[in-house]
Design a protein. Structure first.
Length: 245
């Protein structure tokens, strides 16, 4: 089997043979990603220096209450983010992850990102935990809609308002049970570019670890996941993952 990390000759040489070996042996690989994986594609993260939550209040923009109070404001913010995301291209981290999927026996990508870049990079088996910014749905009847460029939230046939098909704070995550279950079944987890601060996604590496999986983290900085990671690689995901290739 061709190995996704190839023959690595970089500075993290000490860690790589172990990671390589564990990945080679893995029967079921889960990759969990957060905003950091798309940072090198030019999409702002949430909690970094120029993070979205440094400049905007989540309570005003990413809750059902905020949408009920001011649907136009919330819609406009998502249209602004759609404009940024639409222009973005996947980076080497997305492509490397898509390549790993092709090389291991069983694979699941769990992303907190709503930017569609993993799909654009060719990944197939994905749980988009927090939804997808390019879809919309009615806030009353739940009917699904595709991309819409209107400057204000359109009205559904049922009289409800269309909203982005993303998960807001305080809302339940439709596929969380599946994500929990799969995390307890996998034997290798690669966690890329998440602060590990937002539940329930933050629990997934812990569930995997307590079920015996080998946990590898790739991030600029230490996170709560570093405490349980078998290996942590600190640096930019795009550079690090592609140099590992
Ligand atoms: P955060 O913004 O909380 O964290 C991004 C993480 O990526 C940080 O740990 C950074 O150190 C790391 N990072 C940044 N650039 C990187 C790079 N080039 N390479 C590697 N790592 C890098 O984003 P998330 O953890 O995804 O939810 O946030 C989780 C959830 O909180 C989001 O899905 C969103 C947000 O509020 C909702 O909106 C419901």
């Amino acid at each position: 089997m061709e190995h996704p990390f190839g023959a690595y000759k970089g500075t993290k040489r000490g860690k790589m043979p172990t990671i390589n070996q564990k990945l080679k042996e893995a029967k079921f690989v889960i990759v969990l990603t957060g905003a950091g994986v798309s940072a090198e594609s030019g999409i702002p993260t949430f909690r970094g220096e120029d993070g979205l939550w440094k400049n905007f209040r989540a309570e005003d923009l990413a809750t059902p209450e905020a949408f009920a109070r001011n649907p136009k404001f919330v819609w406009e913010w998502y249209q602004y983010r759609r404009d940024i995301i639409r222009k973005a291209e996947p980076n080497n981290a997305h492509y490397t992850i898509a390549k790993i999927e092709k090389l291991v026996p069983k694979f699941l990508l769990i992303t907190q990102n709503i930017d569609n870049l993993h799909t654009k990079a060719g990944a197939k088996n994905i749980i988009e935990l927090h939804g997808n910014i390019f879809r919309n749905r009615c806030n009353r009847c739940g009917k699904n809609y595709g991309e819409i460029s209107d400057p204000t939230p359109p009205t559904c046939q049922c009289g409800g308002l269309l909203r982005p098909d993303v998960v807001w704070f305080g809302e339940s995550i439709p596929q969380i049970e599946e994500a929990f279950q799969k995390s307890s079944e996998c034997d290798f987890v690669l966690v890329v570019g998440t602060s590990g601060l937002v539940e329930p996604a933050a629990s997934l590496p812990f569930i995997a670890k307590s079920s015996g999986a080998f946990v590898v983290e790739v991030n600029l900085d230490r996170t709560p996941i570093s405490e349980i990671a078998d290996e942590s690689l600190f640096g930019k995901a795009g550079e690090l993952l592609s140099s590992l290739m």
